[in-house]
Design a binder for this molecule. Structure first.
Ligand code: GLA
Length: 687
């Protein structure tokens, strides 16, 4: 049960989730000190938890376990809150004011002992999740000089003293996102960060810290630059702090002004990393995603087929093939607007290219709808090519700095969405586009990082890093509110901006431009450590693969893409009759199990050379198994299924199996000989 209780004598708060507890207390100086984060404790038990004491000989080293470690005093680790007052005085001195509890929301208010700065620590616990949301608000309560913020994290999470910890996280780049790493945590400060303006391909903003089967993890609900610092002191104290922005940025808090950080959500699980992933999935489905009860449709996206060479004719031909296969949503990608016949022109000019679509978009939309599919369109609202009418009219709309080169990447510059006029312009054309045409879906792309992120007219220019993201959020939120039928796919050159902030306002995510099925197994595995299959957009494309040149059988490509929201992205005009027939059958198979994949509970079954994933929903379960290479003629290792009823029987339609045997002995996946063997097994409980 999610609740917050306070022990006035101990000055201690206890937050309870379904299976965990979190406790903090005020110390004699009024500083909020971390007490406990782990399996459930009662209030009386929590009151007995004491911070480990250092030996006398090392008492010059203090243990810093403040809920939001500040700079100053005898604290020497990386601060979570770092401010400068107008007289250059640093540090913050805690003075407790009061607290409020509203449902599962606890807010504890402090002020500085001398300066007019209020700090509120927020905590939220909710029904059916062990995730605790935390964030911080600041307020300048004075009327004189501004306060400078150097670092203002959402939360700092402290872990118990343990001999060793390992951190799991994902790293990557374009077409290599979500590669899972496990590393022992060194003594020192380990920083996962993005200085790119997006949450980035390079380091997705989450981590899991593990000790044996225990997992403490955090995920940041922010889609811009961020910093998560893992601290491990020579004494073994371990914590992680995270928030928006990266080092070197400063923000100004003006008199009367309030400041709110994004949520840095935390989760403790006692039953291992795979179980922690399932808890994150449930949290994303129940508390983050809009419309998570919906089953996502099968998309056909024409990007890999036609790239910039789009026309009404070729899109209609592809749409006819896609509909015949059983696709339900047709998305026309880049190249439909302005002078965008290649990647060096037209971005920013969001009017349909009449050479390519003489009658505008409506004839294609009508045809797609006539074929029984929904219609979607690619947009990249935050960008402009220098070779565009928009840039010629508004060269000052891009992020830029005087006397500095405007660095292009993919021949484009970034519009400064921190500016309200630019954000309003973007909202207006998007609103008109969606309002004037029957558009059911947008793929919202963002293909490059910020550079020369200046804002010459603004006296507090580093605000751009925050305001840009907030305005992107506001535009998406407003579009969704005004066009309730609209569904949105998050994309940023593949998976460069997928996080809890983006997933709170989109329906699915394009996790990578890499559609090679073998690489995808790894990308999807890393992605699914935190984000659920219901959000994971995965296409079957042509073979050999455009990026890797690898040739992989159609069934294997399908089986990999079925571990998410299946889509098709190949050039169907080149597929043989036999391929089209096989694809039609595989697509129908996906439709018969997708409710289990998208709404079920996911288990990693990987055993030996076979990578396998299982989804369980009610009395049904589906297993997808892949063996890329056959080696040494070794026997197949049975896959030990999870979460079945040991007393029940399960049938595939052609064979019946005992639940106990499936779980304890395992299921022989019966993969054919040869490389790139794969299968899908759908079992239903019969008794
Ligand atoms: C990005 C996306 C691709 C495609 C192209 C279009 O790279 O990730 O899927 O939309 O842009 O230019």
């Amino acid at each position: 049960m999610a609740e917050v209780i306070f022990d006035a004598d101990e000055r201690l708060w206890l937050l309870s989730t379904a299976t965990t507890s979190y406790a903090l207390r005020l110390d004699a100086s009024d500083a909020p000190r971390h007490v406990y984060w782990g399996p459930t404790l009662t209030l009386a038990q929590a009151a007995t938890v004491r911070t480990p004491v250092l030996s006398k000989i090392s008492s010059v080293d203090s243990l810093t376990d403040e809920e939001l470690p500040v700079e100053g005093g005898s604290r020497f680790d990386a601060p979570s809150l770092q401010v400068r007052f107008a007289d250059r005085v640093a540090a913050f001195e805690w003075k407790y004011v009061d607290y409020t509890v509203d449902g599962g929301h606890l807010a504890i208010r402090f002020t500085d002992r001398h300066y007019p700065l209020e700090v509120v620590l927020h905590y939220w616990v909710g029904a059916g999740t062990d995730v605790i949301e935390r964030w911080t608000t600041l307020r300048h309560t004075g009327s004189d000089d501004p306060i400078t913020l150097l670092r203002c994290d959402s939360a700092s999470w402290f872990l118990p003293l343990r001999a060793d910890y390992e951190v799991s996280h994902t790293v990557g780049g374009w077409s290599s996102e979500f590669r899972l790493q496990h590393t022992p945590i060194p003594v020192g400060e380990t920083t996962f960060t993005s200085r790119r303006g997006t949450s980035s391909h390079q380091a997705n903003p989450w981590l899991m810290v593990t000790s044996g089967d225990e997992v403490w993890s955090g995920a940041l609900a922010w889609s811009g630059s961020y910093r998560i610092t893992v601290r491990r002191t020579p004494q073994g104290q371990t914590s992680f702090t995270g928030g928006f922005g990266h080092e070197g940025l400063t923000w100004r808090l003006n008199p009367g002004e309030a400041w709110e950080t994004p949520v840095f959500a935390g989760l403790y699980a006692a039953d291992g990393a795979d179980a922690a992933s399932r808890r994150w999935h449930a949290y994303v489905l129940n508390h983050v995603l809009p419309h998570s009860d919906e089953t996502r449709t099968i998309v056909y996206n024409s990007w890999e087929a036609t790239e910039f060479d789009v026309s009404e004719r070729n899109q209609k031909m592809l749409a006819a093939r896609a509909a015949a296969l059983g696709c339900e949503l047709f998305v026309m990608d880049d190249g439909w607007f302005g002078a965008r016949t290649h990647d060096a022109a037209g971005l920013g000019d969001w009017t349909v290219n009449r050479d390519r679509f003489p009658g505008g978009l409506d004839p294609l939309i009508a045809e797609v709808h006539r074929l029984g599919m929904r219609f979607g369109l690619w947009v990249e609202p935050e960008m402009v090519n220098p070779d565009s009418d928009l840039y010629r009219q508004h060269p000052d709309w891009v992020m830029h700095m005087p006397n500095r080169t405007r660095t292009t990447m993919r021949n484009q510059l970034v519009l400064n969405f921190g500016r309200t006029d630019v954000a309003e312009w973007a909202h207006k054309w998007l609103d008109q586009l969606v309002g004037q045409h029957e558009i059911d879906f947008l793929k919202w792309d963002m293909n490059r990082s910020f550079s020369e992120a200046g804002w010459p007219a603004e006296s507090d220019p580093d605000r751009l890093w925050i305001d840009h993201v907030r305005h992107v959020y506001a535009i998406i939120d407003r579009l969704r509110a005004d066009h309730p039928q609209l569904r949105i796919e998050a994309c940023s050159g593949g998976g460069g901006r997928i996080d809890l902030g983006m997933l709170a306002r989109t329906d699915q995510a394009w996790v990578s431009d890499n559609t090679d099925a073998l690489d995808r197994i790894h990308i999807q595995h890393g992605y699914s450590r935190i984000y659920p299959a219901r959000t994971l957009s995965a296409w079957v494309t042509d073979s050999p693969n455009q990026l890797t040149g690898r040739t992989i059988p159609l069934a294997f490509r399908f089986h990999v893409a079925m571990a998410g929201v299946l889509g098709i992205g190949g050039n169907l005009l080149n597929w043989t009759e036999q391929e089209l027939a096989e694809a039609t059958s595989l697509l129908a198979q996906y439709k018969s199990v997708r409710h289990i994949v998208q709404h079920g509970v996911q288990y990693d079954l990987t055993a030996g050379p076979v990578t396998a994933v299982q989804y369980v929903l009610g009395n049904e379960t589906v297993v997808l198994a892949y063996r890329p290479a056959v080696n040494f003629g070794l026997p197949q290792v049975p896959l030990r299924l999870k979460a079945l009823d040991p007393a029940a029987s399960y049938t595939t339609g052609s064979s019946t199996h005992s639940g106990a045997v499936l779980m304890h002995h395992g299921l022989e996946p019966a993969l054919p000989l040869g490389d790139y063997a794969s299968t899908m097994i759908h079992l239903t409980q019969v008794a």
